[in-house]
Design a protein around this ligand. Structure first.
Ligand SMILES: *Cc1c(COP(=O)(O)O)cnc(C)c1O
Length: 420
């Protein structure tokens, strides 16, 4: 086997286990990378549109999309050109100065959303955490510093910082990291009555994913979304949507909450925003952001010229005439094909659910087995909670790529169907 590590260690000397998702019989391999991920024994050297080319010589259809990040697929010419052009001019200067590319991106996001003002950072967790700070600061600026608690939902995911693991309340993510960071009150996702009764004089905001991603691709229903807006208004709370995964065009609208015809006061975005370049952002109405005055928040890297140029290039494509309609159309096609697939293979798939190009297949066998089997068929997907296989393809895919994916899924399902 080829050596990837220095110090004379070969890949098959066990040190930390590397899970071989697609072949559990093979022994674990060595790596100096901290073993916090269950990685498949696959590495890629090149990408082109919705395809990835692995070091094993195989081509894979990428319906994982870097977990909803690679919205324009791999090596999109417009993004490559934007990165190249900016890389030769200026990478980083710090937020001590005006950054024209940052101002331009902020203006464009403002023009295409409910928000008036943006703070740029580098990841989803940072965006959520910044948004939480904004919510607290808003009430403090209004003379109510005692309003600092945030209502969050079961099954949610908001990142892996101390505050965001507390917000989501997933015991697996919290275990061993000391006392859970205070300030969050959890209610069942989708239940407005319990949410109402959980509001106290200390409540500042409600934080919800319009479509839960990591939790298992659970879209909130439209009445629930509108109910959240009403409750927030009634009690003077800020409504904070985490669209880190479901935003940036994934559902066929730029923002997932737009399907419900309502708007939040605060929103966190990241994943798709840089099309593979790390960029996050929390955005708010001018009113909600009124506490965020000079000195209240900062980030060294956030919003640097390189990141902003790439994110602007992503928006060039997303906002082009007809692009979101394309996502909506291909998303509908994918969903109808997934519904048929589930009907053909009831021993493997219970149902499909999701919106646009954010779809989940609820599995009968353990979902990791399905993902592993799909590697053999040349297709990449990703697991989610509730035994779901998630499909998060680049938004540039065509119906023909959907057909190809369905063929892979059909073969994997046939292989996984118990005999007799
Ligand atoms: C991925 C994700 C995050 C965290 O983003 P990171 O960039 O990994 O910090 C937060 N919220 C949601 C809904 C996500 O899907």
């Amino acid at each position: 086997m080829r050596k990837l590590t220095g110090k004379g260690q070969s890949l098959d000397t066990p040190r930390f286990p590397l899970t071989r998702l697609h072949d559990e019989k093979v022994s674990p391999v060595t790596t100096a990378v901290m073993p916090t991920y269950g990685r498949a024994d696959l590495a890629f050297e090149r990408g082109e549109g919705p395809y990835l080319f692995a070091t094993n010589g195989r081509r894979y259809l990428d319906f994982c999309g870097g977990i909803a990040v690679d919205v324009l697929g791999h090596a999109h010419p417009h993004l490559v050109e934007a990165l190249r052009a900016q890389a030769g001019k200026l990478w980083h200067v710090s937020n001590l100065y005006r950054i024209p590319e940052q101002e331009r991106l902020a203006e464009r996001l403002a023009a295409t959303s409910f928000a008036d003002t943006m703070f740029f950072c580098n990841s989803g967790a940072e965006a959520v955490e910044g948004g939480l700070k904004l919510c607290r600061k808003y009430h403090s600026a209004n003379g109510h510093p005692e309003r600092w608690r945030v209502i969050t939902c079961t099954g949610s995911f908001h990142g892996r910082t101390l505050a965001t693991i507390a917000a989501a309340g997933n015991e697996k993510h919290l275990a061993g990291f000391g006392p859970k960071y205070d300030g969050f009150d959890m209610v069942p996702f989708g239940n407005l009555n319990i949410l109402r009764t959980s509001i106290t004089p200390e409540t500042a905001a409600i934080l919800v994913e319009p479509i839960q991603g990591e939790g298992g691709v659970h879209p909130a229903d439209m009445d629930y979304m509108r109910g959240l807006r009403k409750v927030a208004d009634e009690f003077g709370l800020l409504l904070f949507f985490d669209e880190v995964q479901c935003g940036i065009g994934r559902t066929g609208k730029l923002w997932a909450h737009q399907w419900a015809g309502i708007a939040p006061d605060v929103m966190a975005i990241a994943k798709g925003l840089g099309g593979g370049f790390p960029v996050g952002c929390f955005m708010a109405t001018a009113e909600a952001a009124k506490g965020m005055t000079p000195g209240t928040h900062g980030s060294t890297f956030g919003g640097n010229p390189l990141a902003m140029s790439v994110a602007n290039a992503v928006l060039d494509v997303l906002l082009a005439d007809g692009f979101l309609d394309h996502v909506g159309r291909v998303g509908k096609y994918l969903r109808s094909r997934l519904d048929d697939l589930a009907k053909r293979h009831p021993a493997v798939f219970k149902e499909a659910r999701g919106v646009g190009l954010m779809q989940g297949l609820v599995c009968v066998p353990e979902c990791g087995k399905v993902v592993s089997r799909l590697y053999e068929e040349g297709m990449l997907t990703v697991v989610a909670g509730d035994n779901v296989v998630r499909l998060l393809p680049p938004l540039i895919i065509e119906e023909s790529h959907v057909d190809e994916a369905i063929a892979c899924l059909d073969r994997a399902a046939a292989a996984l169907t118990p005999a007799g």
